[in-house]
Design a protein around this ligand. Structure first.
Ligand code: FCB
Length: 472
């Protein structure tokens, strides 16, 4: 290969010409494909507030937040970021940010207050207005159909462990896509179903707060069935639209190169990765994982696996962290033979290890094992202490460093062939972080909890420059 030409600079010194990418603001994004999509994500319950407005019904998170001890300090999202009323300010911020797409979620209880039946026109209208304003601003609306806010009446009837919930979701999804599919062309069926099943039904730290592992696995199957049915609905109700699911996978990271740790780490990825991707891509549920939990039975009926494997257009992955795991000898407390190894990593305020290289590793791991069409990183970001200076400016260098390093890792994976097509920052606004209430802040924009006033942090301007610089 010929050496790059080294023209003489004005002072006679040999200089290498700078490339356009080097001149563009922001970190290195070399390797990311042309047309790469930059976005920002939020979720309805975490930002909207106005939980009683315009006929909205109650969700499992409204109920859970009222249970003593469920959410830090008894906080709830009745106000959240007040985005239901201040959405025009949010769209203006997104326009300033210059993102290509905005991923928000549609609150099922606003559309069907009891979880079934005819739609609430006021709810649909609100999302129609939001989508129109985004389109008007040149931003692609990308909607999640389910980001954890199940209508309470459906939980009262048994929730996700019940098969009927999948069919209720299919009806809801079809109705929404019929009503909004003319303007919203990108759909995400479910957000992180592992959190719904495992945090919601096995560990009880998310709504509805149940602790029953076998119910959690029935929920796994019905969530996947709901997704597959929604894909079918999408093809029928919104021709030309694209749909995929969003999962929060984990990647095997052995604490050491000892063979037993290598094996342990591969098993550690079963619950959050193979349990979902195997059936989504036409394989049976991972047997070794299910076998570790006696008494668990997947309530599979004829035809279910084909519905679950209905072809999607892309896969969304949310990435925040990665854990190193090590082998443990036979121990009923660790039925799959592994545990998380002690961490020496720097962590975010969530106590999540900061492992930027894990993002690229995850994209390559998934692309190498499942026939994914395209991968979007649908969430990535960090919670940091964020103290405003005397001038009111939030100099959140730690968040900028986090994003910079993760995007560079993603670009590295793209350069090695991972089909990554976009990146969505979590999150536009500081918001209601589930069981942590408002104590953990992920926003590019600070929200004053008393006044609702929005104030961009330094990371907002960093991201704006990155988005503007890429490809210029
Ligand atoms: C993800 C959720 C999202 C947000 C981030 C921090 O698991 O999808 O709503 O809470 O974590």
């Amino acid at each position: 290969m010929a050496a790059p030409s080294a023209p003489r600079g004005r002072n006679g010194v040999n200089v290498m010409r700078t490339t356009t990418d080097e001149l563009a603001a922001g970190p290195r994004t070399d390797g990311l494909p042309r047309g790469f999509l930059w976005g920002c994500s939020t979720a309805a319950y975490q930002i909207e507030g106005s939980t009683g407005a315009d006929g909205r019904g109650t969700s499992i998170w409204d109920s859970f937040a009222r249970r003593p001890g469920a959410v830090l300090g008894g906080m709830n999202a009745d106000l959240a970021c007040d985005s239901y009323r201040r959405w025009k300010e949010d769209v203006a911020l997104l326009r300033t940010l210059g993102v290509d797409a905005y991923r928000f979620s549609i609150a099922w209880p606003r559309i069907q207050p009891t979880g079934s039946g005819s739609p609430n026109a006021a709810g649909l209208d609100w999302y129609r207005r939001l989508a129109d304003a985004l389109l008007e601003a040149g931003i692609e609306p990308a909607a999640t159909l389910y980001h954890w806010d199940l209508p309470q009446p459906l939980e009262d009837a048994g929730g996700w462990p019940e098969r009927d919930t999948a069919y209720r979701f299919a009806d809801y999804a079809e109705l929404v896509m019929r009503a909004l599919g003319d303007r919203i062309k990108t759909w995400f069926s479910l957000n992180e179903p592992w959190c719904s099943s495992h945090l919601g039904y096995a560990l009880g730290i998310h709504a509805p707060g149940r602790k029953d592992r076998s119910a959690a696995y029935r929920a796994v199957h019905h969530l996947l069935l709901a997704h597959g049915l929604a894909v079918r609905s999408c093809r029928a109700a919104a021709p030309g639209a694209r749909i995929g699911i969003v999962i929060n996978p984990s990647t095997p990271r052995p604490a050491t190169r000892r063979p037993q740790d290598l094996m342990a780490s591969s098993r550690a990825a079963d619950e959050r990765t193979a349990l979902w991707l195997d059936p989504l891509y036409g394989r049976p549920y991972p047997e070794r994982h299910l076998a570790a939990y006696p008494g668990i039975e997947m309530p599979i009926r004829e035809g279910d696996m084909a519905i679950i494997a209905e072809k999607t257009d892309f896969l969304g992955i949310n990435y925040y962290s990665e854990e190193a795991v090590e082998a443990v000898p036979a121990d009923p407390g660790h039925p799959e033979g592994f545990r998380v190894a002690p961490s020496w990593r720097e962590q975010t305020e969530m106590d999540w290890d900061i492992v930027p290289e894990g993002l690229g590793r995850q994209a390559l791991y998934i692309a190498g094992r499942w026939p994914v069409e395209a991968i979007y990183v649908t969430e990535n970001g960090g919670a940091f202490p964020d103290r405003a200076g005397a001038d009111g400016r939030v100099r959140d260098r730690d968040r900028i460093g986090y994003m910079e390093s993760h995007i560079a890792s993603l670009a590295g994976a793209a350069a090695r062939g991972a089909p990554v097509k976009g990146y969505f920052a979590w999150s536009l606004l500081d918001n209601f972080e589930w069981s942590h209430g408002y104590s953990k802040r992920f926003g590019l924009v600070a929200v004053d909890s008393a006044t609702g006033e929005r104030r961009p942090k330094d990371s907002f301007w960093f991201y704006r420059d990155l988005v503007a610089g890429f490809g210029s």
